[in-house]
Design a protein around this ligand. Structure first.
Ligand SMILES: NC(=O)c1ccc[n+]([C@@H]2O[C@H](COP(=O)([O-])OP(=O)(O)OC[C@H]3O[C@@H](n4cnc5c(N)ncnc54)[C@H](O)[C@@H]3O)[C@@H](O)[C@H]2O)c1
Length: 336
């Protein structure tokens, strides 16, 4: 199939593009508007493949998007393009509504018009809201309860996708995943921010008391799950993707400090941790039950949290040529 991957120069999208080119026979049209969060470097390893093409296009621009569909005639869509940083959605929600809601609407309309065979929408566990510490993990039937402008915009887009499936018979499939980590994540996000700042001996700003819990999913595992669902997922259905690695933010930062100490020589970097004023409406806990994906399609994560973190720390320590220029733009001075 020829797959239109939106947001393929971002963190997860680039892992999907690399996975598609390296492990399948599909060809890829990587559509990205190249926002601050996109880099060509994240797909450089596959960019010369004859099955790869890049198009710079903004999904908010229906006419430009129509031209891409007309020119490339994709058989399927994997839709990852989004504004994705919760802090930015609090500072300026408009772009989140325009890209995540209206951009998704544009893609659905063009997917319908061109009769694509599959439309895979990639979403987040944050649409389900916040869990108490002892509550059961989110399942595919958990009620929607988004609490930030980011998660509300993603929830809206999920509803649109399902409505286009029901109403117009668009062959849709939706996945909702937990927090991703791994190579090529923009350095304003918590995991790379902490690795880079710990390596430089800078303070490590942790929200509140660091007690918020997330389920951490290694991005390469997520990419393999997405390609599996795209190929074999039941149309009209939804699958959760999780990493089976629930950790508090403080546990994650401790683990990063210990691994950076081990790699660069011990300095007890845990002493660099500084607790800062909490994010407004900060969800306490997300946890994802992915047993449906496991039971129906046989997927499970290939790495433990410690293994994935070791790969991630090693990657950031070796690849300042990728993140250094982004850091100069101020990405690692934000709070994690
Ligand atoms: N990172 C996570 O932990 C996580 C967790 C759950 C779900 N998700 C979802 O996965 C998807 C990818 O997330 P990510 O972390 O890779 O995000 P990212 O911010 O790293 O990448 C998003 C990409 O989309 C592109 N983009 C943004 N607006 C666009 C527009 N208007 N037109 C075309 N391209 C545009 C950006 O340039 C960027 O390359 C998103 O839909 C996000 O909601 C991410």
């Amino acid at each position: 199939m020829k797959i239109l991957v939106t947001g393929g120069c971002g963190f997860i999208g680039s892992a999907v593009v690399r996975h598609l080119i390296n492990t399948t026979d599909h060809s890829v049209v990587n559509l990205d508007s190249m926002t601050y969060a996109a880099t060509h470097g994240s797909v450089a390893s596959v960019a010369d493949d004859s099955r790869y093409a890049h198009v710079t296009c903004d999904i908010r621009d229906r006419e430009a998007l129509a031209e891409v569909f007309e020119t490339h005639r994709p058989d399927g869509v994997m839709h990852l393009a989004a504004e994705s940083h919760v802090d930015r959605s609090i500072e300026g929600p408009q772009a989140f509504i325009e890209t995540n809601v209206l951009g998704t609407f544009n893609l659905l309309e063009l997917g319908r018009h061109h009769e694509v065979e599959r439309f895979h929408h990639i979403s987040t566990d944050e649409v389900f809201g916040s869990l108490t510490m002892d509550a059961a993990a989110f399942t595919e039937s958990s009620p929607y309860d988004p609490r930030s402008p980011y998660s509300a915009s993603k929830a809206s887009s999920d509803h649109l996708v399902r409505a286009w499936g029901e109403t117009f018979d668009l062959p849709v499939v939706v996945t909702n995943c937990s927090n991703n980590y791994g190579p090529f994540q923009f350095p304003e996000k918590m995991m790379p921010l902490m690795i880079i700042r710990a390596a430089a001996g800078e303070s490590l700003p942790v929200y509140g008391k660091g007690e918020n819990v997330r389920d951490w999913l290694f991005v390469e595992d997520h990419a393999s799950a997405l390609c599996l669902v795209f190929d074999q997922g039941r149309l009209g259905d939804t699958y959760n993707v999780g990493g089976d690695s629930e950790k508090s933010n403080l546990d994650v930062v401790h683990a990063i400090c210990d691994q950076v100490d081990a790699a660069l020589g011990a300095q007890d970097r845990r002493n660099l941790i500084e607790f800062v004023r909490d994010r407004p409406g900060h969800d306490l806990r997300y946890a994802v039950d992915f047993s449906k994906l496991h039971n129906e399609l046989g997927w499970s994560p290939s790495v433990t949290f410690d293994e994935g973190l070791a790969q991630t720390v090693a990657w950031y320590l070796a690849n300042d040529a990728w993140w250094g220029p982004l850091q100069k733009g101020g990405a690692t001075s934000r709070r994690g």
